[in-house]
Design a protein around this ligand. Structure first.
Ligand code: XMP
Length: 211
């Protein structure tokens, strides 16, 4: 098993299932985000689990009041999601509302350039929150391996580091793992590739080589 997570950001159900099935051998988990849920409905989570047998991460970046986070998380865990990604900046109560229903992954920093505007300034406090709440994992940017190292160094052992930003956003899978990520997230570099299975195979080899 490699630490590769497929970000399945397509709209179409049949295309999503085809890509997931063809790459599943090389994945640890499949991540769904709003594009696929909007395009194919929540039941896609159940179908992906059935077809791949892999964990499904719902990357909803929940950032609402506790009651709304709870209402959303209940349905999404009910559909079979194993993990939900939630923003921490909305506060402990909102994150706890998700964690009362299932496993959460907390965003402590993001991979895009705009992350330097606001969220990076809050990263230390978001790591403190994660250390206190002990979620399954946190999100750290593969586009900035030095930040992955920093976040790993401040985080309690046992909390996983999940790093998006590999491929289309410029990050390298091996560098993120070397910096301390447990898992890398790859979307376009797999699902837009001419041969998604081969792209996933190469990336999983790179991840394993550095793990
Ligand atoms: P690409 O196509 O860029 O897709 O490989 C990346 C996937 O990961 C999501 N993403 C993030 N999710 N924090 C997150 O929680 C981040 O910093 C972050 N950066 C990228 C993105 O939405 C897509 O699904």
């Amino acid at each position: 098993m490699s630490g590769l997570i497929l970000a399945l950001d397509v709209y179409d159900r049949d295309r999503a299932l085809e890509i997931a099935e063809s790459t599943a051998d090389y994945l640890w988990a499949v991540k769904v985000n709003w594009p696929l849920i909007i395009g194919s409905g929540l039941k896609i989570i159940t179908e992906l689990k059935q077809i791949t047998g892999l964990p499904v991460i719902a990357d909803l970046k929940l950032a609402d009041i506790p009651n709304t986070n709870r209402l959303i998380a209940g349905e999404v865990f009910g559909a079979g999601a194993d993990y939900i990604i939630a923003h921490g900046f909305v506060g402990r109560d909102s994150v706890k509302a998700v964690m009362e229903l299932g496993e959460a992954i907390i965003v402590v920093e993001m991979s895009h350039p705009g992350a330097e505007e606001f969220i990076q300034a809050a990263t230390d406090r978001l790591i403190e929150m994660a250390n206190e709440l002990e979620p399954f994992g946190v999100i750290a940017p593969a586009t900035r391996p030095e930040r992955v190292s920093y976040i790993r160094s401040k985080l309690k052992p046992g909390i996983k580091v999940i790093a998006p930003g590999v491929g289309a956003q410029g990050g390298k899978a091996g560098e993120a793992i070397k910096a301390g990520a447990d898992y890398v997230v790859v979307g376009r570099a797999i699902y837009e590739s001419e041969n998604p299975r081969e792209a996933a195979r190469r990336l999983s080899e790179e991840v394993e080589a550095w793990s």
